[in-house]
Design a protein around this ligand. Structure first.
Ligand SMILES: NC(=O)C1=CN([C@@H]2O[C@H](COP(=O)(O)OP(=O)(O)OC[C@H]3O[C@@H](n4cnc5c(N)ncnc54)[C@H](O)[C@@H]3O)[C@@H](O)[C@H]2O)C=CC1
Ligand SMILES: O=C(O)C(=O)COP(=O)(O)O
Length: 640
């Protein structure tokens, strides 16, 4: 039994890849947790791995017919998604039960091989936005590079089916992360495999620009021999400002040092010791741009870096500065750059990226004689493309299997060892959330939830993001028409006006386990079961993990000990002999099987709470009969 409740959260609706030896390396980067899927309803399944998978898959398919969509103004509305996985699809060996993965831009073969071992892969390049939107509603995953705009329309068109977008590269500015998050779609990228390629291309553009290689090449091919026109500038001893000292920026800096350049860098978030180790001075933005002979751009395109190079910043640069951009076209105001080139403030520019790609044929910038251009080739080496293809294929396959990815862009990233320790607590957290919301009279109107984690570990060492998300999922899912997962739990909570606060209480006990208990309190609402209200007026439930199984250990002011599996009947009664027998009899007569019973009481012959686990859901008549037992003061039926 211990494993069945834990297994359910680890179980993927999709078969795991049997063929790929490469994908095994992803195990070191990620751990299994079906955080993208509805996990709870399979927890009472048989412990056989196959039946767990089947029932889990089935619950997923039922769930998915109800999913959320968001209108352009962000309001939540319910849509019916196509019934994508019917029960006859449950043969996991059939290609119909495999996930469908759409690859919309050229991806290295090695990555495609990984994906083919796991799902049905469709490569469809150069799709129009309309074609992409029409295809996407049958896809579980989409893999893109920089050329596909994965905007809100795409997520709307996906109708809840799309679970993961994989960006085969670094920059995710072509993916609407807010929309992805709202729709519970995970976004992963491949952040490391093209670093060297981008840095090498930056250096290639730097040296080609300094020595007029592209212009001289065009001139000689046009039948000219212009040795005087194409006299270049030397790089040795010149100052290079690296703007954005991340992975690519650091590699550019390292290579520029090899060319004998003085390298300075600006990056508000880069650690000074990393810069020092490379012999690079970290300086302010203004200092970097005003002292540099060459400027190389390596920051991401974000709202705060959009057009960060504009008329104002060009005016602060040294006259005759040379600029390389292998980051994103949008970080430069391109009209301002043309003006700076015309005035000679900027002597030359070498650009791999543009605000609009491809840029218009008559672009003044592209046509400028002092500008060298390449068509977004930074990541385009054989080695980098094979690397990103494998990196993204493993991340996407892992996410579809329910693993947490180390390269998730819009979900909590948790180290595998932390994740495996947290796994049973995530099950407990979701069940506590689910239980708490069922105790609220009317089931809605919840605005304030407090979670108290009791632990003997240093609060700073406790990563509660996953638990908080699972509690939120547990609370929101039963009262929501939306499909809630770790990606959109926080968003969905905010949409519903739900505030979740957390407190970590340090206990003086053994720190062997991460948590001693987790308590969920809901304030400002009435309760269906008055005994769940604690002295401060809040609905309060507390649980623990015992031998890997989640247990309810406290309800209001009553201590109880109930394993949180199956369905639960809670009764408050006057403590007296024969109660268990009476209720057991009623359930037995109505063919409801009791899985366990437990009684917690305040004092002998005083008030008691009886918790009864039942396999079947009792009908109304059965519940009414329980209510007629004279000593029973109140009772509630809860589905876990
Ligand atoms: N042309 C191409 O084919 C390629 C382009 N890229 C672009 O290069 C960018 C950088 O890639 P990586 O180095 O791998 O990413 P990274 O995340 O390792 O580095 C980006 C750095 O920029 C810094 N940054 C953020 N805001 C900044 C600001 N306002 N001013 C200065 N620095 C700032 C960050 O702190 C970070 O250190 C990507 O976002 C992508 O857009 C990356 C690979 C290939
Ligand atoms: O990784 C990045 O950020 C890149 O810009 C590479 O883009 P690409 O995959 O070549 O379209």
């Amino acid at each position: 039994m211990a494993s069945s409740s834990t297994k359910s959260i680890f179980t993927s609706p999709f078969p795991s890849s049997s063929s790929s030896s490469k994908s095994s390396s992803s195990k070191s980067k990620s751990s299994k947790l079906s955080f993208l899927h509805n996990t709870s309803s399979s927890s009472s399944s048989s412990s056989s791995p196959i039946s767990l998978k089947l029932s889990h898959f089935h619950s997923l398919s039922l769930r998915r017919r109800r999913c959320a969509s968001f209108s352009v103004n962000g309001a939540l509305k319910t849509v019916e998604s196509p019934s994508v996985h019917k029960s006859q699809d449950l043969d996991l060996t059939s290609s119909r039960s495999k996930p469908t993965i759409l690859v919309s831009e050229k991806l290295g073969e090695a990555g495609l091989d990984v994906l083919r071992g796991f799902g049905n892969v469709e490569c469809a390049y150069d799709l129009s936005p309309e074609q992409l939107c029409s295809k996407i509603s049958s896809c579980d995953a989409l893999i893109v590079r920089s050329g596909t705009k994965v905007n809100r329309q795409v997520f709307e068109a996906a109708k809840g089916k799309l679970k993961v977008v994989g960006r085969a590269g670094v920059g995710i500015d072509n993916v609407d992360l807010q929309a992805a998050t709202e729709f519970g779609c995970l976004v992963v990228n491949a952040p490391t495999a093209n670093t060297v390629a981008a840095a090498e291309h930056g250096i290639a553009l730097l040296t080609a620009m300094a020595r007029n290689v592209a212009q001289a090449d065009a001139s000689i091919k046009a039948g000219k021999w212009q040795r005087n026109k194409y006299v270049g500038v030397s790089m040795v001893g010149k100052t290079l400002a690296v703007m954005g000292f991340g992975k690519v920026g650091s590699e550019v800096a390292r290579r520029a040092k090899g060319l004998g350049m003085q390298v300075i860098a600006h990056d508000p978030y880069a650690p000074a010791d990393r810069a020092r180790a490379l012999g690079v001075d970290l300086v302010s933005f203004d200092q970097a741009i005003s002292t540099a002979d060459f400027i190389s751009l390596h920051m991401p395109l974000t709202p705060s870096t959009n057009k960060i190079f504009n008329d104002d910043t060009f005016s602060k640069m040294k006259k005759g500065v040379r600029i390389v951009n292998v980051a994103r076209g949008g970080v430069i105001d391109e009209d301002a750059l043309v003006r700076a080139l015309d005035s000679g403030v900027v002597a030359q520019a070498a650009l791999d990226v543009f605000t609009v790609e491809p840029p218009p044929a008559n672009s003044k910038l592209v046509q400028h004689e002092n500008v060298t251009v390449t068509p977004h080739l930074g990541a385009s080496t054989k080695e980098a493309q094979e690397g990103v293809a494998i990196e993204i294929a493993e991340a996407v396959a892992g996410a579809l299997k329910g693993e947490l990815s180390a390269t998730a862009v819009n979900a909590p990233m948790v180290a595998p060892e932390v994740l495996s320790e947290l796994a049973p607590y995530t099950v407990l957290a979701e069940k506590l959330g689910k239980l708490a919301v069922q105790l609220v009279s009317g089931g809605s109107g919840i605005t304030s939830v407090k979670v108290v984690y009791k632990s003997a570990r240093d609060p700073d060492d406790l990563d509660t993001r996953l638990l908080r998300a699972m509690i939120t999922k547990g609370i929101i899912e039963p009262i929501s028409t939306s499909f809630i997962n770790l990606v959109n739990a926080d968003f969905a909570a905010k949409q519903k006006g739900l505030r979740i606060s957390e407190e970590k209480m340090l206990l003086d006990s053994s720190p062997e386990f991460p948590f001693e208990s987790i308590q969920v309190q809901i304030s400002g609402v009435g309760s269906k079961f008055a005994s769940s209200v604690s002295d401060n007026g809040n609905i309060s439930i507390e649980g623990k993990v015992k031998y890997g199984i989640p247990h309810l250990t406290c309800l209001g002011t009553f201590g109880v000990d109930v394993s949180l599996e199956g369905n639960l009947i809670l009764c408050r009664q006057v403590d007296q002999p024969g109660m268990i027998g009476r209720v057991g009899n009623i359930l037995g007569k109505h063919n409801v099987n009791v899985s366990f019973m437990s009684v917690g009481r305040t004092a002998k012959r005083n008030k008691a709470i009886m918790a009864i686990g039942v396999d079947e859901e009792p009908n109304k008549e059965t519940l009414q009969k329980i209510g007629t037992v004279p000593a029973i003061e109140e009772f509630v039926f809860l589905k876990l």
